[in-house]
Write a protein of this length. Structure first.
Length: 457
């Protein structure tokens, strides 16, 4: 092991599950002293655990309490409101830390690339999720005059947004959604929700507990079209897909008396065009057939859905971090088991990747734990061999630029304010979704202190 007279300094960019699992793994496994700075562009940690996991799945949100324990270590700091590419460069991070771990997730979405996709009323499930989760960058979403909605894609995100659209105001009331979101959903009158798969039920990527929860939503009748569920041979399927097909058969066979809404699964169809006078009125679909493993071909046969809202839930997408290699085709940082490399495979010493920006937008929260452990094992092995190099003082550079990052105490103040706001309305938490309110809470901790990055916004 190289001899070093100070703790090794590690920067983690992104305080989502993968970044915090990386810190957890580093603290548990490094055979040398480490100091870790966790940066996030938001003043709030937890990434999609806070701004993606559905508000009515609060038991999963409890994972945040476990992840937050990394901040109990005095060797770990949270530096919020610092965006790589805006407030700090990758080169500055590499000059200031022995190792930099990129954990920035996948913050964009994929496009269907069909005519009419940009009409008002057509948007991504990502934007819809960000809105109901109270992300401060989200735009308000209107459900005014939406009685029928179509969701493209049959993954778990499609299931989440279908469930939120189909639940009643009473069912959503105990969640942590911001008050204006609850009001919009409570005032909505969505009677029909279409969930559209370009392949068959046996190819859907949603998981069975999530599917069963959706199809048993109170007062909602379910039908399945486009595929003959009885013709699917169970023996050909793996356990998960067989369980999905069985759940769909059960749902289609269940009779719901006097349903208040209907959920329609439509398989073997793909969106072809969205049309309407100034906003979404119809979604034109094309029937598809299998064309080799994972692929479909259009048949030219069209079907029309009369809908006022189209949500594409066809996957998230990573975006480039300035100064960091990026593979635009996959939306990932090129890497070899977590070690960042140039597109030609040349390693970039001291730079690492974890989570969705490392392997693409697939996998549940737990998947990021093993993924982070793989990266951290390489990081620890590399640092153990690396000679000590002089490091720049990033805090001093930021102070010269006139701001200090937000802190864990600032997040705890936001957390307390959200709990207080929730209690006033009889729920555990009510999210604060406005940038100005979040920044006001950060500023409260700055009285007489250094100027805050909050003041630069
Ligand atoms: C809608 C939705 C619902 C989900 N529900 C579940 C569920 O119920 N259960 C489950 O197990 N999994 C769920 N998942 C999957 C889970 O959320 C992901 O596996 C996980 O969040 C990926 O972690 P990550 O850290 O890679 O990315 P993220 O969670 O996206 O975290 C990335 C962090 O990086 C920050 N960041 C981004 N760019 C920068 C920058 N330039 N500078 C500084 N910081 C930056 C972001 O602000 C964010 O905090 C869901 C995913 C989605 C999309
Ligand atoms: N409760 C939970 O545990 C939970 C909740 C939400 C998300 N997550 C996880 O988060 C990850 C991301 O979920 P996701 O739903 O975004 O992704 P996903 O599981 O990859 O699903 C994407 C869906 O979009 C379809 N699709 C892709 N491109 C399309 C196109 N051009 N036209 C029509 N359909 C298209 C895919 O079909 P093909 O298969 O044919 O490509 C697939 O059905 C997953 O791992 C998921 O399990 C978990």
């Amino acid at each position: 092991m190289a001899s070093v007279n100070r703790p090794r300094r590690v920067a983690v960019v992104g305080a989502g599950p993968s970044g915090l699992f990386a810190v957890q793994s580093l603290l548990a496994t490094a055979p040398f002293a480490v100091e870790v700075d966790v940066f996030d562009r938001l003043p709030t940690p937890f990434g999609l655990l806070r701004y993606g996991v559905a508000p009515d799945h609060d038991s999963i949100k409890g994972i945040a309490d476990v992840l937050a324990r990394v901040f109990d270590s005095e060797r770990v700091r949270f530096l919020g409101l610092v965006e790589l590419g805006r407030d700090v460069t990758a080169a500055e991070l590499v000059a200031s830390y022995d190792a930099v771990v990129y954990a920035a997730g996948a913050s964009e979405d994929r496009r269907m690339e069909i005519p009419g996709e940009t009409l008002p009323g057509s948007r991504s499930a990502r934007e819809f999720v960000a809105w109901y989760s109270g992300h401060p960058d989200a735009s308000p979403q209107s459900l005014h005059r939406v009685t029928a909605a179509a969701i493209a894609g049959v993954g778990n995100v499609a299931i989440d947004v279908a469930r939120i659209l189909l639940k009643t105001a009473d069912q959503l009331a105990p969640t942590d959604m911001p008050a204006p979101v609850l009001a919009e959903l409570a005032g909505a009158d969505v009677r029909d929700v279409w969930v559209i798969g370009r392949r068959g039920p046996e190819h859907a990527s949603f998981t069975t507990p999530e599917l069963r929860e959706l199809v048993t939503t109170d007062g909602v009748a379910v039908d399945v079209a486009g595929a003959d569920l009885t013709a699917i041979q169970d023996a050909d399927l793996d356990r998960r897909t067989r369980a999905n097909v069985v759940a769909l058969r059960d749902a289609a066979a269940r009779r719901v008396a006097d349903p208040r809404a209907r959920l329609h699964f439509l398989f073997w169809h793909r969106p072809a065009r969205i049309v309407g006078a100034g906003r979404v009125e119809h979604l034109i679909l094309e029937r598809t057939v299998a064309a080799g493993p994972g692929a479909v071909a259009g048949t030219g046969e069209a079907a029309t859905l009369d809908v006022q809202l189209v949500l594409r839930a066809i996957g998230y997408r990573g975006i480039p971090l300035p100064g960091v290699p990026f593979d635009a085709a996959t939306g990932r940082i090129p890497n070899l088991a977590g070690r960042v490399c140039e597109p030609d495979g040349t390693l970039r010493p001291a730079e690492y990747a974890v989570g969705w920006i490392k392997r693409g937008p697939i996998g549940v929260i737990g998947t990021n734990k093993a993924d982070a452990a793989e990266t951290v094992a390489h990081l620890v092995a590399d640092l153990a061999q690396a000679a000590e190099r002089p490091l720049a003082d990033l805090a001093a550079t930021l102070a010269e630029r006139g701001f200090a990052p937000s802190t864990l105490a600032d997040w705890e103040r936001i957390d307390a304010a959200e709990r207080e706001r929730g209690e006033a309305g009889g729920r555990a938490r009510a999210k604060i979704d406005a940038w100005h309110e979040l920044l006001d809470l950060v500023r409260l901790g700055r009285a007489g202190g250094p100027p805050s990055v909050a003041d630069r916004r």
